[in-house]
Design a protein. Structure first.
Length: 275
């Protein structure tokens, strides 16, 4: 388990490209036959990747820094299939998931296993601390409500789907959804926002291997950027905007943990205020 420490916004001004990437970008999460996890002290979120091969399930263990006997002893977890299809077994109950479907696993689950139904199946894992147990539940990409956002003039036509949230799958603090850009649209979350009460992570996917997303971070009046590949995660501390422009359309998982679950609790930043 890799550890990322929290950072102060002033530090961002001192970071060079490599330091910026070392603190906020998570690469190489998806390795065939392995589970990879990264613990950030920003709201104690754990992000991970599970890439089982068909016929060989992967079991989620606990990790030294958690000091628990099972991963979900004091945590809740969401697993979303970003590529392929498969199932997640939670204490013996199998939940079949197609591409872009998600299972929420409540605190207290002991035995969590990932099974691939086809080659190149990738599960994205997102976990936050939890001090109350909520039922394990599945949300399907094609069944959750869709919010249409953006316009062709600003190249940001996109569909926002909320999976784990106050009016969907209930959780202790975890909030998660998927945003998909229309062909020809490239901007997400523009105009951008911050939410001082939550940390947010973006996992970009469905981006062709030879394309990139230029992800914008930092305080609104002193932004920085990182060039991001397919299936990489960006950690956004609560003081940072989180927005990006692709060289091609893409999809991303946005997921948060923190003080509240109110999606609308955002401080919007006008495009003209950015620097
Ligand atoms: O806090 C919420 C998140 O940043 C995302 O839901 C924004 C997003 O998906 C978008 O505008 O494209
Ligand atoms: Zn946000």
């Amino acid at each position: 388990m890799q550890i990322r420490h929290s950072t102060h916004p002033d530090q961002l001004q001192e970071f060079d490209t490599d330091q910026l990437r070392a603190h906020y970008l998570v690469e190489d999460l998806f390795v065939a036959g392995e589970i990879k996890v990264v613990y950030t002290h920003e709201d104690r979120i754990v992000v991970g990747g599970a890439a089982p091969v068909p016929g060989q399930a992967l079991t989620l263990g606990s990790y030294g820094p958690l000091r628990t006997s099972s991963f979900c002893e004091r945590r809740e977890l969401a697993a979303l299939v970003i590529r392929g299809s498969g199932s997640v077994s939670v204490d013996g109950t199998e939940h079949k998931l197609g591409t872009r479907d998600c299972v929420y696993v409540g605190q207290g689950a002991v035995d969590v296993q990932f099974h691939a139904a086809e080659d190149d199946t990738h599960f994205y894992l997102f976990s936050t601390p939890s001090h109350a147990s909520f039922p394990t539940a599945v949300a399907r990409f094609d069944e959750v409500d869709v919010l249409n956002m953006g316009s062709p003039d600003t190249a940001n036509v996109r569909e926002i789907r909320k999976f784990v949230h106050a009016d969907g799958i209930r959780s202790s603090q975890l909030v998660l959804g998927v945003t998909r850009l229309a062909a020809g649209s490239v901007w997400n979350t523009m105009p951008p926002h911050t939410h001082d009460r939550r940390t947010e992570c973006y996992l970009y996917f469905d981006l062709p291997a030879d394309q990139r997303v230029i992800h914008l971070c930092g305080e609104p009046q002193r932004t920085r950027n990182m060039v991001v590949r397919n299936e990489e995660v960006v950690i956004s501390p609560s003081w940072s905007i989180h927005s990006g422009v692709g060289t091609h359309a893409y999809t991303f998982v946005w997921a948060m943990g923190g003080e509240n679950q109110a999606y609308d609790d955002m401080d919007q930043v006008a495009v003209t205020e950015l620097r």
